[in-house]
Design a protein around this ligand. Structure first.
Ligand SMILES: *[C@@H]1O[C@H](CO)[C@@H](O)[C@H](O)[C@H]1NC(C)=O
Ligand SMILES: *[C@@H]1O[C@H](CO)[C@@H](O)[C@H](O)[C@H]1NC(C)=O
Ligand SMILES: [Mg+2]
Length: 260
């Protein structure tokens, strides 16, 4: 039979083990969220709440960033938060992608990506144009698009490459028009994207359609061709809603503009 002292030392050992585990996990938590990060991310609570409502689509359609939140939005996109939020979404996308048995469906597993603020970032344009504080300007935005110099969103590029290596067929579905096909293609290649199955742009029959309708119709065509849309990544709800939905839809952050 165990002596009282050996039971006591066993209990002490267990206690020590518990303390070490707690210390290690606390250290890990600190590493993930550095102190200054937490403080900065706090920001103006009203703007945090506005951004939350926008991201979950509770705010519905909106035209410009509210004046008191322009600085907040600028900080969000210039700081670490945008990258960190994008990384989290990309990680969950990849976790889901890894759970799909690709190839079981004879190469029919598809992933749909939006282009602007999903694969390519227009931050250089929005930095120069007030971070969504002004109503959308077609003319100046198209001038920017036609420079073909939008950088990639780093987390999307990483996800894109991994999906490709997993064997997904990748479809790019953008609200940009056919007239911007060549410049969009060149921009995507220069940003590091390649090997997509198809780049789908708005054609003459798509003019005037709401983004949700246009994108749903294009996804429905893919389904009709026999593709199984496993994942869909986009920064707008109109990229993800409607019909012919993906099995999983992944909303990327965007509190600069809203496309109905
Ligand atoms: C995302 O995944 C990377 C690599 O697997 C990891 O280093 C990072 O901590 C993850 N980030 C988040 C926010 O989940
Ligand atoms: C839109 O952009 C164009 C080209 O930069 C500019 O000439 C025009 O004044 C802008 N329109 C508005 C309403 O700001
Ligand atoms: Mg977009």
């Amino acid at each position: 039979m165990a002596s009282p002292t050996s039971i006591l030392s066993l209990l002490l050992l267990l206690l020590l083990l518990l303390l070490v585990t707690a210390a290690v996990s606390a250290a890990a938590a600190i590493r993930i969220y550095p102190r200054e990060h937490v403080v900065r991310a706090e920001g103006d609570p009203r703007c945090e709440s506005w951004k939350f409502a926008v991201e979950v689509n509770a705010a519905g359609s909106w035209k410009t960033v509210p004046r008191p939140c322009i600085e907040f939005v600028r900080e969000y996109f210039n700081g670490h938060r945008y990258l960190s939020d994008s990384r989290a979404v990309a990680n969950y996308s990849l976790t889901f992608a890894n759970s799909v048995k690709v190839g079981k469906d004879h190469g029919r597993d598809a992933w749909v990506f939006d282009v602007d603020e999903t694969l390519l970032s227009n931050l250089p344009y929005y930095r120069a144009n007030g971070f969504g504080s002004k109503p959308f300007n077609d003319t100046s935005f198209n001038e920017w698009v036609n420079t073909g110099s939008a950088p990639p969103l780093p987390m999307s590029l990483r996800l894109y490459k991994k999906l490709k290596s997993l064997g997904f067929k990748i479809f790019l579905l953008t609200g940009r028009g056919e007239s911007q096909r060549v410049v969009t293609q060149q921009n995507l290649l220069q940003a590091g994207y390649s090997g997509w199955e198809k780049l789908i742009l708005r054609g003459p029959y798509d003019e005037g359609k709401k983004a949700t309708v246009y994108k749903s119709e294009k996804r429905a065509e893919l389904v009709k061709q026999g593709y199984i849309i496993q994942g869909n990544s986009g920064d707008q709800w109109s990229d993800l809603m409607g019909f012919a939905l993906a099995k999983r839809s992944f909303k990327l952050p965007n509190s600069m503009y809203y496309i109905p």
